[in-house]
Ligand binder design. Structure first.
Ligand code: FCB
Length: 435
């Protein structure tokens, strides 16, 4: 099928994270990590895209992309520089940004935690310390007091699995610990509990003010795991990896159910603790060999001969369809694609990437899966966690010397598609050389 369309009430937009674009904040764990010289290309997050000072310009770019919604992060360390001390000025800055978005007709979805911690929390052991739960709730409480009247849609936590595997298992994110399986599951439990409590808190606070339409969820990083040779042991390995990497968070944060090895039972009661399931989808892993708890995530390979992006991640569009079908069959809840995108410095294959993934998304919808939103990762090239500025995921190219932003061809394609909520005949004709 060459052309396809989305329901009228479907929303398209882009996603970003505060630290990756804002610049200017020294009070978080990632600033310190950069200072330690941990970023592979030697770049630093201290300026990033200087979005903090360019909010108007960037909202104007979102308008040019015909965005209907925007998933943005707010930086905890700016808002709560010391425990229980809040920075009203920082809060007002975000309020102003969100008011500008709403005025521009762009519906905000606000992420409370996206990989970064205030330094004071990091020094206490961050999420490995169960005190993080109350700290997160205090922060959430303050933010919802300040923004709850204009923000109805929230992501409590972004990709707890990537945050924890990278920080405590692979040593790639701060605090750089390696192989700490027990720490991983302990911190996972704290993050699950924090979400469950934050879900209740946000709903309660908005309800008290007679505000309706509250939507709270988690942005889960979901991957497809497939056995290389199809042996029984490899299949078992895939199941175990999938459970430790995503199953524990999906079950825990959606239904409030702790499954082993994180725990058991329903600490916050039985129920449904999300209003949508957020899926961040990027790639698939081929698993070779058997599950070894010491290399928790198995031997992950790229499928032979498959197309890959600049970071060597397999491009596997059908995966988005398979995940949506599976997650809906299991939880029967609306789905937002809270991230999907690719690293392509020369914009060689991003247009096709979007076209192919949206084709599969449209197919899932046609088969009855209630996918309601798509947030492309990302608005503009920004500070990518491991690689710095060299990994380019933007619909908009950013020159990090001048901070000039220029919409890429894939950005123009996305813009036209967002406007029509479809790949029409004329859009197809115009961009077909890319497909
Ligand atoms: C996801 C992160 C996001 C971005 C993309 C490329 O795992 O949530 O911040 O780095 O990957």
């Amino acid at each position: 099928m060459k052309t396809f369309s989305f329901p009228e009430d479907f929303l398209f937009g882009t996603a970003t994270a505060a630290l990756q674009i804002e610049g200017g904040d020294k009070n978080n764990n990632w600033y310190e990590w950069c200072e330690l010289g941990k970023i592979t290309d030697g770049t630093h997050c201290i300026v990033a895209n200087d979005h903090w000072n360019r909010v108007e310009e960037d909202i104007d770019l979102m308008k040019q992309l015909n965005s209907q919604t925007y998933r943005m992060g707010i930086e905890w360390s700016r808002i709560e520089p010391k425990p229980n001390e809040y920075n009203k000025e920082a809060m007002d800055h975000y309020r102003d940004e969100i008011e500008q978005l709403i005025k521009a007709g762009i519906h905000p979805l606000v992420t409370l935690h996206h990989f970064t911690n205030p330094l004071w929390l990091e020094k206490k052991g961050a999420w490995t310390n169960s005190e993080a739960i109350d700290h997160f709730l205090n922060f959430t409480n303050y933010v919802v007091d300040q923004l709850g009247d204009i923000v109805s849609d929230w992501v409590t936590i972004n990709e707890p699995n990537v945050y924890l595997t990278s920080g405590y298992f692979l040593g790639l994110f701060p605090p750089g610990e390696k192989g700490s399986t027990l720490t991983y599951f302990k911190a996972a439990k704290n993050m699950i509990l924090a979400h469950l409590k934050a879900y209740k808190l946000i709903h309660k606070k908005r309800k008290e003010k007679n505000l309706t339409g509250t939507k709270v969820g988690v942005a889960h990083h979901l991957r497809i795991f497939e056995p290389k040779n199809g042996t029984r042991l490899e299949k078992l390995s895939c199941k175990l990896i999938s459970r430790s990497f995503q199953g524990i968070f999906l079950e825990g944060m959606t239904l409030g159910k702790l499954i082993s090895p994180v725990g058991s039972g329903y600490p916050e009661g039985k129920g449904v603790f999300v209003d949508f399931i957020g899926i961040n989808y990027y790639s698939r892993d081929i698993i070779e060999g058997t599950f070894n708890p010491l290399v928790m995530f198995g031997n992950r390979l790229v499928k032979e001969g498959a197309p890959t992006n600049d970071l060597d991640w397999e491009i596997y569009p059908e995966g988005i369809y398979r995940l949506c079908k599976d997650v809906y069959a299991k939880y029967n809840l609306p789905i937002y694609i809270t991230e999907n995108g690719t690293c392509d410095a020369n914009d060689d294959f991003r247009t096709k990437y979007i076209y192919d993934h949206l084709f599969y998304l449209h197919r899932a919808i046609a088969e009855g899966v209630p996918v309601q939103r798509y947030y492309h990762w990302t608005l503009m090239d920004n500070f990518e966690w491991l690689e710095g500025f060299s990994a380019r995921f933007g619909l908009i190219k950013c020159n990090f010397d001048t901070l000039e932003r220029v919409i890429r061809r894939s950005g123009h394609f996305y813009s036209e598609l967002c406007k029509e909520k479809a790949v029409t005949d004329s859009i197809y004709e115009k961009y077909k050389d890319s497909f």
